[in-house]
Design a protein around this ligand. Sequence first.
Ligand code: MN
Length: 204
Amino acid sequence: MYEQYKLSYDYNGLELHIDEATVETHYGKHHAAYTKTLNETAEKAGVADMPIEELLKGLDKVTDEGLRKMLRNHGGGYYNHNLYFKTISPEGGDASFENASDVFKKAVERDFGGLDVLKEKMSAAAMGQFGSGWAFLSATPDGKLVISASPNQDNPLSEGTANTPIVALDVWEHAYYLKYRNLRADYIKAFWNVIDWVKVSELF
Ligand code: MN
């Protein structure tokens, strides 16, 4: 049984950056639906007891093509949204970077030259993702930080890389359209005001 991450803040906890109606719909409807469909599909495919990371890395072992596609989309949706909602918080933003772990802060300095460049590069990846998808900050097996983008509910696990996502920036229109309409760039700026670098550094 895959459990939807329990929010540590209220639906209106991220105002004025991400509005209450968006969190309510995004978490309460979209994320809940991915979780429900994943559980139903995993049961049918006989993989319900697998850790989600293992399931997404080993999709090619699911022989039924229809089930494999469902697991990729809904398993990815479940995993990506758990990471998204887990790493944003009312305590997020640039100020939280000060309290992130030293090893993470050093890695950001080493691989990007600073937090501003990391944010610029990841914003560009998110803007450049045509249509629905995500931008990710991931850790490589040897502890380097890398940025990537994926369509739909794919991620570095389902794409077969060895990297582990630690920041997931959702750029599906459902993540921002109620407040930001077509202005994806404004939503991305708002996302940086809620990303909690302490939580990100714990994952790193
Ligand atoms: Mn979403």
